[in-house]
Design a protein around this ligand. Structure first.
Ligand code: SAM
Length: 197
């Protein structure tokens, strides 16, 4: 297992695949253990690195992970199988905004896909949280660009950072959810329904 994880880290570095930072995945794995999380939905599998580590946090954790890029989906399937986790990790090849979910509930929903669509993911998937469940979002610092837009020259990058800033405001002003922000890795948040804390 350890060798498989190291191999995925090497593959991600070589092929420019963004994967979660060490501190952030350690934080999430501890959260899974401390809060008895059993069912996880991940938006953005890439090559399966975080899905595999989340599933390894405890023996009875199940993960459904969604990826829209075909090559990454194939790589993810391969890695999940190599780690012997194909019974506990379900990899879905689809755009998360087009996925149809019914009759399922998740204790933890991890948003780690297109940064410009965070609010849409949150609004779509919040209905699938179990009682007391949480939504975790990664990359809220976006490599230090959030809050430091004046130094950015690229228009596209600036617009992406604005979207992340808008998402942070959306979380801060959300009447339904209470969100805690953590200065871990590239910036993480954990949102829990206010009446279920
Ligand atoms: N969670 C992964 C990890 O830490 O190992 C990293 C995920 S990477 C930051 C983001 C992934 O989300 C990319 O592979 C991208 O193709 C995928 N993605 C972006 N928007 C998506 C969408 N709307 N639906 C499904 N996947 C999406």
């Amino acid at each position: 297992m350890k060798e498989n994880i190291l191999e995925m880290e090497r593959y991600a570095a070589e092929h420019n695949v963004p994967i979660i930072e060490q501190d952030s995945i350690v934080f999430i794995m501890k959260y899974i253990q401390a809060n008895n999380v059993k069912n996880i939905l991940e938006i953005g599998s890439a090559i399966g690195y975080s899905a595999i580590l989340m599933a390894s946090a405890a023996e009875d954790v199940k993960v459904t992970t969604i990826e829209r890029d075909e090559n990454r989906y194939m790589e993810c399937l391969k890695n999940v199988k190599k780690c012997g986790l194909d019974k506990r990790i379900n990899v879905v090849y689809q755009d998360a905004l087009e996925v149809n979910l019914t009759g399922v509930e998740y204790d933890l929903i991890f948003i780690d896909a297109a940064k410009g669509q965070y609010t849409k993911f949150f609004e779509k998937f919040k209905y699938f949280l179990s009682k007391g469940g949480c939504i975790v979002t990664d990359n809220l610092k976006f490599h230090g660009y959030v809050g430091n837009k004046k130094d950015i020259e690229s228009k596209n990058l600036k617009s992406l950072v604005t979207k992340i800033e808008n998402y942070i405001d959306f979380l801060k002003n959300n009447e339904e959810f209470e969100t805690k922000f953590y200065d871990v890795g590239d910036g993480l948040s954990v949102s829990v329904r206010k009446d279920e804390k």
